[in-house]
Write a protein that binds this ligand. Structure first.
Ligand code: NAD
Length: 396
């Protein structure tokens, strides 16, 4: 089987799907690796390093002509999609729940689409494949560095002949994977750190990192399914925003990471909260998105300074800005998934397997993932072949 690493093309994307180290681990499973020339450049991984590890360095055209499986970090561009052939497979973080039309297009072309974002993350045997976790870890770390570099003072307590600097007070809202990494990183930089989340189980995780857990009296548990949070009701949301305002005002730096699966990110930092912060304060909104983020007025990829001197950074794809670490981790995730999917030197698609049921979104000309199919109007679904498998992979 030929697995090919393509050069990522989305703006600012410097990660690469496989690092040279992975190539020797794939070979025993009958997987030969092709690498598009320059694919690793953004992560300082040269063509020569891939060639030394046993990969063939080829052009994009050769990849689309000869590869069985294309390995990517993010979604293929429209140009790349048009190059894909029937029977080829593409594996990446395809964001099928936000872009189901891409899955429909790939299915209609007969391309097998496999997305790491659908992995059942709580399954222990799936953990080596968990790219959402590995990339959130990198992003949480970088968010603190971004905040520290925007902040006009020190993070640690510094006692020098020129005087004593008090440590920065950092508040992390949302203590999932990225939030916990942000808490740990801010602590390592010497800040005094607090963390908050609507899932009560996060309290122990926050305090075990040496941070203080912020308890709100007005909002109870909002633990949802599968370890995620549920969306708050309008009343809970209002109460949360009001009570958080006082906490936010007492901090120099706020890092927000809150997400609810399938919903727009909750607004945690309101205009009133921003107005209550001291000049020179910094907010990094890791949830900034085109739909809105955790912070009023944050825009992905933009940094604004408010009239009262608060810097708001709308974070965008932070993992791509630590490209070597992010690629190393992603490479381990995608290699583990590829090995899981490979049998006798070929892809063996079997959606009765729990991992495959989560990640395989299109196969054999069909959308096989029900959650993705349900997001599309029936007319947009690729037409079933009579007697072929249904949308859910069952036979008529
Ligand atoms: P996520 O990106 O969906 O959300 C980030 C955090 O925001 C979560 O902790 C969530 O509780 C919090 N949040 C949502 N709404 C909020 C609100 N209104 N106010 C404050 N906080 C809010 O989460 P994630 O980082 O992907 O992790 C989600 C969960 O999955 C965690 O419990 C994590 O430990 C768990 N997880 C488990 C495994 C595993 O079992 N191997 C792997 C990965 C994640």
């Amino acid at each position: 089987m030929k697995a090919a690493v393509v050069k990522e093309t989305s703006p600012g994307e410097r990660r690469v799907a496989l690092v040279p180290d992975a190539i020797t681990r794939l070979r025993p499973a009958g997987i030969d690796v092709l690498v598009e020339s320059g694919a690793g450049d953004g992560a300082w991984l040269s063509d020569a390093a891939y060639a030394d590890a046993g990969a063939s360095i080829v052009s994009a055209a050769e990849i689309y002509r000869t590869a069985d499986v294309i390995l990517a970090v993010t979604r293929p561009s429209p140009e790349a999609v048009s190059e894909l052939r029937k029977g080829q497979a593409v594996i990446g973080m395809l964001a099928p729940m936000t872009d189901p039309e891409l899955v429909a297009t790939l299915a209609a072309q007969g391309v097998t689409a496999i997305s790491l974002d659908g992995l059942p993350r709580t399954l222990s045997r799936a953990q080596p494949m968990d790219a959402l976790t590995s990339q959130s870890n990198v992003a949480g770390y970088k968010a603190v560095l971004v905040a520290a570099s925007e902040f006009g003072r020190f993070f640690p307590l510094l006692i020098t002949a020129a005087g004593t600097a008090r440590p920065a007070k950092v508040l992390v809202l949302g203590a999932g994977v990225a939030g916990l990494q942000a808490i740990g990183t801010a602590r390592r930089l010497g800040a005094v750190v607090s963390g908050y989340d609507v899932r009560p189980t996060s309290k122990d995780e926050v305090t075990s990192l040496g941070a203080t857990f912020v308890e709100l009296t007005s909002v109870g548990s909002a633990a949802g399914e599968g370890g995620y949070a549920r969306e708050l009701t309008a009343e809970e949301r209002q109460a949360q925003q009001d009570e958080l305002t006082g906490h936010i005002a007492r901090h120099d730096v706020v890092i927000t990471t809150a997400q609810v699966p399938g919903r727009r990110p909750p607004l945690l930092v309101t205009e009133d909260a921003i107005k209550a912060m001291a000049p020179g304060s910094v907010i990094v909104d890791m949830a900034a998105s085109a739909l809105g983020g955790n912070v009023t007025g944050s825009q992905p990829g933009e940094t604004v300074v408010t009239g009262n001197g608060v810097t708001i950074v709308g974070a965008e794809n932070l993992a791509a800005t630590v490209p070597t670490a992010a690629s190393n981790a992603y490479s381990r995730n995608i290699s583990a998934l590829l090995l899981h999917l490979t049998k006798d030197g070929a892809l063996a698609i079997d959606t009765s397997d729990e991992i495959q049921a989560g990640v395989v979104v299109a196969h054999d000309g069909r959308i096989v993932h029900e959650g993705v199919a349900s997001l599309l109007p029936p007319a947009a679904l690729p037409h079933p072949t009579p007697g072929g498998p249904g949308v859910d992979g069952t036979t008529d």
